[in-house]
Design a protein around this ligand. Structure first.
Ligand code: BES
Ligand code: MN
Ligand code: MN
Length: 458
């Protein structure tokens, strides 16, 4: 291990240069015009994997964006097989004018590297590639068998990955799944994640009259779909943050006293949080702390709302259509399909009869939970402690990685969420960045983690 760690220490600058290159691909999965960039990024990873000595590297086409696979399986059958998952696709960059420097020309300011995908998830993917490389260069072997799957559709719901996993069970079969696509608890506070929220993402389309109308000639006699939509949205949640959809909370698993205490012990600072976000008051479901609200309670949010005229100046119009995108974060044991049905039923029930309402289920994902009493988690603990010089804490995550449940169900393997981002690194937002010290320590952690996994007795 000493050789590996010294190697990592002395290659810091090269790692940063390689990260810059990886971040230069505008691999925005949702934009059809970036399809070629996404493919080039997949090809780049494949070549990178080959260059560090991974085997069976392959870009698998799917109905959507390609999946990159590689493995190295010569550690011996007495050693565990680890499946590392990550994604190379990124979120759109808009509003692009709010970026300090261009999103695909990585810029280093202070200890941070700024670019779309820096934290979510390219920086964290590269962490594993560099940890693997450090072992292969110095020891000519890996301590454990490693399979890697880096996908290009995570940010659009991993639509085609389920199918890929289903048809490649043998290829992906492994003892444990490792994902670095989450955050640490705080700047100097490494963490192991053990739960993710699920997601149910809906779109509402409200239609009033069959065409846009002059609001003077018709206003007051026909319902306005924007007003009607606003009424609907107002009835989704009460003013204490409780969701009003009938039956919505039926399957929610209440927090145990033990977990409540472990959240409490993290001493989350609401004041600091408010200052960071420049809000005067926090808002959330009454009776729960901030961490409980983010990690262990479901929620509902409008992500976008549009319709009618929003250009400059005034246009007097009574629009024909109005739309909203509404997402619900789900917790164990809620089910996204069930939530979608409840949502549709409720919205249809409360919708004014003067408009027509159509509901679309855009995508969903199940909430995930993994036991913390496991030897895999113990190995992660040791690695984080050694790399950061501090005991890691156990955290849940408010975000979603829907494929985790598919992995658990189809490969029957537990997941370790080993995140190296920070909660305030602007994922999905302008000026996304990654702390380069955490990037470097992530590489150290991962290299020790593989080593620790090899020493587990089965
Ligand atoms: N890396 C995030 C998941 C995440 C976010 C984990 C915050 C921990 C904290 C992932 O790339 C992501 O953004 N997932 C989407 C879900 C997907 C179905 C679009 C999300 O959570 O919105
Ligand atoms: Mn991610
Ligand atoms: Mn993301």
């Amino acid at each position: 291990m000493e050789k590996v760690l010294r190697f990592i220490e002395s290659n810091r600058q090269r790692y940063i240069e390689e990260l810059k290159k990886f971040l230069s691909f505008p691999s925005i999965s949702t934009n059809p015009e970036n399809k070629k960039d996404v493919e080039e990024c997949a090809e780049y990873i494949k070549e990178h994997l080959e260059s560090i000595g991974m085997e069976n590297t392959r870009v698998y086409p799917t109905k959507g964006h390609p999946v990159v696979y590689a493995d190295w399986l010569h550690a011996g059958s007495d050693k565990p097989t680890v499946l590392i998952y990550g994604h190379y696709d990124v979120q759109p960059v808009d509003p692009v004018e709010l970026w300090t420097t261009p999103p695909f020309e990585a810029d280093i300011r202070g200890n941070n590297i700024y670019a779309r995908g820096a934290a979510d998830d390219k920086g964290q993917v590269l962490i594993h590639l560099k940890a693997i490389e450090a072992h292969l260069v110095n020891n000519k072997k890996l301590p454990v068998n490693i399979k890697l799957i880096i996908e290009g559709e995570e940010e659009i719901g991993s639509e085609n990955l389920d199918e890929f996993i289903k048809s490649n069970i043998e290829l992906l079969k492994s003892d444990v799944i490792v994902i670095s696509d989450t955050a640490m608890y705080d700047k100097e506070m490494p963490a192991i994640g053990y739960a993710l929220r699920g997601l149910c993402y809906m779109q509402i389309e409200v239609t009033g009259p069959n065409r846009d109308l002059h609001s003077g000639s018709y206003g007051g006699s026909v319902d306005n779909p924007i007003n009607a939509l606003a009424h609907i949205i107002c009835k989704l949640k009460d003013d204490k943050g409780k969701i009003l959809i009938d039956g919505f909370y039926d399957d929610v698993l209440p927090l145990s006293e033990k977990e409540k205490k472990s959240f409490y012990d993290l001493k989350f600072d609401d004041e600091k949080y408010k200052i960071n976000l420049v809000v005067d008051e926090l808002f959330g479901e009454e009776g729960y702390s901030t961490l409980e609200r983010i990690w262990a309670r479901p929620t509902l949010d409008c992500n976008g709302i549009w319709g009618g005229f929003s250009g400059e100046g005034a246009k007097t119009v009574l629009p024909s259509k109005a739309y909203a995108k509404v997402s619900m974060r789900l917790v164990p044991n809620q089910d996204p399909d069930k939530a979608a049905v409840l949502f549709e039923k409720y919205v249809k029930k409360i919708a004014p009869k003067s408009v027509k309402v159509k509901i679309y289920n855009l995508h969903g994902g199940k909430p995930a939970m993994t036991p913390i009493e496991s030897k895999w988690i113990d190995a992660a603990y040791v690695a984080l402690k050694q790399a950061f010089g501090k005991d890691p804490v156990f955290i849940r995550e408010g975000g979603s990685i829907p494929i985790v449940v598919t992995f658990q169900e189809l490969l029957n393997a537990p997941t370790v969420l080993l995140g190296f981002g920070l909660p305030d690194e602007n994922a999905h937002s302008p000026d996304e960045h990654l702390d380069l010290n955490n990037f470097q320590r992530g590489i150290v952690t991962s290299s020790i983690f593989y080593h620790e996994l090899a020493n587990l007795n089965n």
